[in-house]
Design a protein around this ligand. Structure first.
Ligand code: ADP
Ligand code: G6P
Length: 489
């Protein structure tokens, strides 16, 4: 029998997300530079390599002129990215408004915006109209680039209307939708004025995925309670059409972190940081400056720890690296001032002429810098009030093979379900409990740290972003085949 060394043709994947993996910065009329965007969605998807993938999304910038649009389209094409151009008004109403001021807080159990509820209610209709319009614009671009056999994978709360728009274009498109945030209890979802329309649009997809089983269960309950549909072990059924619903916990490209630590540049940086913080234990927080991350709660818990453990005051430092995000949304602006105020107060209270207890940086670190920082950390602290998964906790674990640092992790992050046995789990709202967990982490025995690290390291290195994507795409392919068989019967 002749052996043919023919690689199977890789399936084309159209990844559609509001944010492209690169954000554009204008350097001239037709000159652009591209920078890696921050956030868990981008981090995970950059770890997915074994597909013939094209990205479709927004480059994070308003480009009103044709010359600029042409030049940016060309620059992005080199990165296999295809832009969706959104004008300022759409960005204001769809991205800042409906996505980040309404859906984001609601899906993280923070309710509808606190301030001026009536104004929010009044602007709701126009923001929802902009949301639908933006989703239609994404659909138009997908449709233009779609080829028979492609898999279209839509991501996140920005694009809940997209599966419906795509199926209206072509009912044979294989469409998957994945949510990177929690899906809240149906009691929360039902407060949303557009609750039914959004659920129905998502149900147009063939496969709907979540990080955890709980989020999937909440989604199915919302469909049964709000839409009156039938939930089955496979998903949700509407007049004989099944939308498959399942959990696909995301991961990271752990190998990328592990090999980065061996680079001479990173080793050099590790040495510098070790020298810089000699004699002090290093605690680390890395977050987008977002209200869901519980940054004020984390810092207040650290203050309580210092208050109750005076002997630790000059022996520990908290590095909080918080990259600014969604800075046009007023809630985020308020959070920034609040965090600065608390940090200033605590540093004034416990700082000395030579050292301060908290280093708070409002900025993003580059990948190698971040790896070095993870590697010198004794205790990483994640206090999300809610978080879809939280990949920072995975990244920290991947970089701890020599130090065996301790992870303090909010029980409200999806990661608590996968890293719970190795981390110290806390309720971030309970400042006393978090302060105690800091003491426990700083004084934990080497054997205990070793045992906990092994549990988490095994998980992070075996449940990778690549595996997550393969599982989702293969389930999507199977779901479509099964549906075709069912309709033929
Ligand atoms: P989210 O998706 O809500 O931002 P995750 O923890 O899942 O939360 O992912 C955040 C991603 O963004 C991680 O890959 C992390 O390394 C990156 N990130 C967050 N803050 C910073 C920062 N200050 N500098 C560099 N990267 C950051
Ligand atoms: C979270 C969301 C992503 C988003 C990221 C960064 O991870 O799930 O969809 O891209 O935050 O937020 P931004 O608004 O800057 O895209």
């Amino acid at each position: 029998i002749e052996q043919h060394d023919v690689r199977p043709v890789r399936q084309r994947l159209l990844v559609v997300a509001n944010r492209l993996p690169v954000s554009a910065v204008r350097r001239g009329e037709d000159a652009w530079s591209l920078e890696i965007s921050a956030g868990g969605l981008v981090t995970a998807l950059l770890g997915v390599n074994d597909f013939e993938a094209r990205w479709i999304g927004w480059a994070g910038v308003n480009v009103p002129d044709e010359v600029g649009q042409k030049a940016l389209t060309k620059a992005l094409a080199e990165k296999r990215c295809i832009p969706v151009f959104l004008d300022e008004e759409i960005v204001h109403q769809y991205y800042n408004g409906y996505c980040n001021n309404i859906l984001w807080p609601l899906f993280h159990y923070l309710g509808l915006p606190q301030e001026d509820r009536l104004a929010t209610t009044r602007s709701f209709q126009s923001q929802f109209a902009a949301y639908k319009k933006a989703n239609q614009m994404f659909a138009d671009v997908v449709n233009k680039h779609y080829e028979d056999g492609d898999v279209v994978w839509c991501h996140d709360y920005h694009l809940m209307f997209l599966p419906k728009c795509l199926k209206e274009y072509n009912s044979n498109m294989k469409v998957g939708w994945f949510l990177h945030t929690p899906f809240p209890s149906s009691e929360i979802h039902r407060t949303l004025p557009s609750r039914s329309e959004l659920l129905r649009s998502v149900l147009a997809a063939d496969l709907v995925g979540f990080h955890t089983y709980d989020y999937a269960r909440h989604f199915v309950s919302a469909c049964t309670r709000i839409l009156g549909l039938e939930g089955t072990p496979e998903g949700v059924e509407d007049q004989g059409k099944l939308t498959r619903v399942a959990a696909f916990p995301i991961g990271i490209d752990s190998e990328r972190f592990i090999s980065a630590l061996k680079l001479p540049k990173v080793q050099e940086h590790i040495k510098e940081l070790t020298e810089r913080f000699r004699g002090r234990k290093v605690m680390l927080g890395v977050d987008r400056l977002d209200m869901i991350k519980g940054i004020p709660q984390k810092i207040l818990a650290f203050e309580k720890f210092l208050e109750e453990n005076p002997l630790w005051r000059d022996k520990v430092v908290l590095l909080q690296i918080a990259v600014p995000t969604r800075t046009d949304v007023p809630e985020y602006q308020k959070l920034t001032s609040q965090v600065h105020e608390i940090v200033g107060r605590i540093n004034g209270r416990f700082g000395t002429l030579t050292a301060v207890p908290i280093h708070h940086l409002d900025r993003s670190l580059d990948f190698l810098g971040l790896c070095a920082l993870y590697a010198v950390t004794d205790v990483a602290i994640v206090t999300s009030l809610r978080d879809g998964m939280n990949l920072v906790s995975y990244e920290f674990v991947a970089c701890q093979d020599s130090k065996r640092g301790v992870l303090i992790l909010s029980e409200f992050a999806g990661a608590a379900q996968s890293l719970g046995a190795g981390a110290i789990l806390v309720n971030p709202w309970n400042i006393t409990e978090v302060a105690d967990s800091i003491r426990q982490a700083l004084t934990m025995s080497a054997e205990e740290r070793e045992k906990r690290h092994h549990h988490n390291f095994d998980h992070v290195t075996t449940h990778t972003a690549q595996e997550w994507a393969e599982m989702f795409v293969s389930e999507l392919n199977d779901t479509v085949v099964e549906a075709q068989l069912r309709t033929r019967q």
